[in-house]
Design a protein around this ligand. Sequence first.
Ligand SMILES: [Cu+2]
Length: 494
Amino acid sequence: MSKKISRRQMLGIGAATVAGIGLLKSQAHATNHGGSGAAYQPFKGYNPPRGGARPYWEKSYSGGPVDVKPLPPVQPGKGYKPVVVPNGAALSFKIVDGVKVFHLIAEEVDHAFDSGLRTKCWGYNGRVNSTVIEAVEGERVRIYVTNRLPVATSVHWHGFNLPNGMDGVAGLTQPYIKAGETAKYEFTLRQYGTQMFHSHHDEMTQMGMGLIGNFIIHPRNPAAEYHVDRDFSLMVSEWSIPAGTYRPNTLEMTDFNILTFNGKVFPSTAPLVCKTGDKVRIRLGNLGAMDAHPIHIHGYHFRITATDGEDIPLSAQWPEATALVAVGQTRNVEFIADAPGDWAFHCHMTHHTMNQMGHDFPNMVGIKTEGLEEKLRPLLPSYMTMGQTGMDMGRMAEVMPYPKNTISMKGAPGPFGDYISMGGLFTILKVRDNLRNYDEDPGWYKQPEGTVALKASDEELRRDGIDVKAGLSGLAGEGSSSPAMPHGEMHHKK
Ligand SMILES: [Cu+2]
C-alpha cells in the first residue's frame, strides 16, 4: 500500500488488498449623492411594486455612494427574525454610538466533524464554518478581527458593496493582519442578502482550514414575501483529511473525503426542523475549494429566490428540486413545508454523501467471493472482502476496522433498523404537524399506516398478476408496448 492513506485508498485498509491480490441591491436607495451626511434612505424616490421588490440593473451596480448616513442599528427579534444556524451560531455584537460592533477571532479550533473525527482546524470564534454574522441593511458595522493564528490573515467581505480599502484582500487593499494583531473593518451596509466572509490571504490554506462563514444582511424594510417561519443558514465546504491524521490537507485539489454542512457530516448535521405549513428559506453558501454542489430536496420543489445575495424577481424565479451552488456563490431557496415527514436534503453528487471511503480498488459488484475470507484470514486477520454487493455502510461500520481518527463510511441507524447509507453533505428536513419547539430533534417521522413501502405480500402479488419468478419477460406481452428486444441480442451485435 502506498504511504498516503487517502479517500481512494481507504477501502484498502480493512479490505486489505483485494486490489493487491489481483482479484480484483441596491438601488441604493441612495438617491441622494450628497457626500458625507447624505441620508441613507432605502427606496427613496422609488415606488416599489407590490411587495417592495427592488429595481434591477439601474444606475448603480455597487450600492450607490459610499458615504451615506447610516440608519440606526436593529436588535434581533425586533427589526428582524434571526436566522437559524444548524450546528452553529450568530456572532454576538454590541452597539456603540449607533454602530454595531463585532469581534471576530481567527483561531485554531479543535473541531469534531462527527464523533469519530476530531481535527485541528482554523475557524472564527471557536467554530468551524458555522459562525454567522447577521446585521440589517443600513446599519454601520465595525468588525474587529483578532488574529490568533500563527500566520498573517485578512477577512474579505464576499459579495459586499463597500469602500475599496475595506475589501480585505491582503496585500492589495490592506496590509496583512499579522499574527497577534487586531484589525478594524468599518462600513455601512447598503444592501441586503445572503453574503459570505472568508480569509483572503493564502486562501487555499486558510479557507481550506476553515476560515469561512455566511454573512446575512436582512432588509431594512422587508417586503411581505420576505417573512418566513424558518430561515436556515448553511455553509457548504469540502475537506481532505487523510485517515488517522489530525489536520486538513489543504494541498488537495480533487480528492476530498469530508463534505460538510456548517462543518459537520451526516449524521452529525443538525436536522432542519419545521412545522407543517411553515414557509421556509434555506440560505446556501459554498466556500469549498473546488466543487459546485447540486443541493437536492426530497418531497418538494423550491424556488430559487436569490442568487449571490440579490433577489430574483418572482417572474424570473426558477422552480427546482436541486439548486446548484458553485464555489463562491450563495443561493436562497424557499418553499412551503406542507408535507410532513423526514425528507432528505443533500448534495446530489453521490460521492459527496459518502464519508471517508475509497475508490482505489476494482468494482467488485457481482464478483463471487465465497471462501475468500476464510482463506485470507490466517494471513490477514482483519481481512474483509468488500464491494461485491456495493457499499453497504451498515455492515462496514460494524465489522470493518478503521484507523484511528476517521469517520468511516458509516451513515446512521434509521427508524426501520436498517442503516441510512448516507454521510457527508446530507441532512434531514423534519416537518411535523406538532412540535414542542424548533430546537428539539422530534425523532423519526411515523408515517401513517399503509403509506410506507414495505415488502409486497404474496396476496398483493397474486392480485396484480406479478410473477416474481418470471421476471421482466413475464410482463412483456401483457399490455407492454415496448418493442421486444430479445435479451442478449445487443451484446452480440458487433
Ligand atoms: Cu456535492
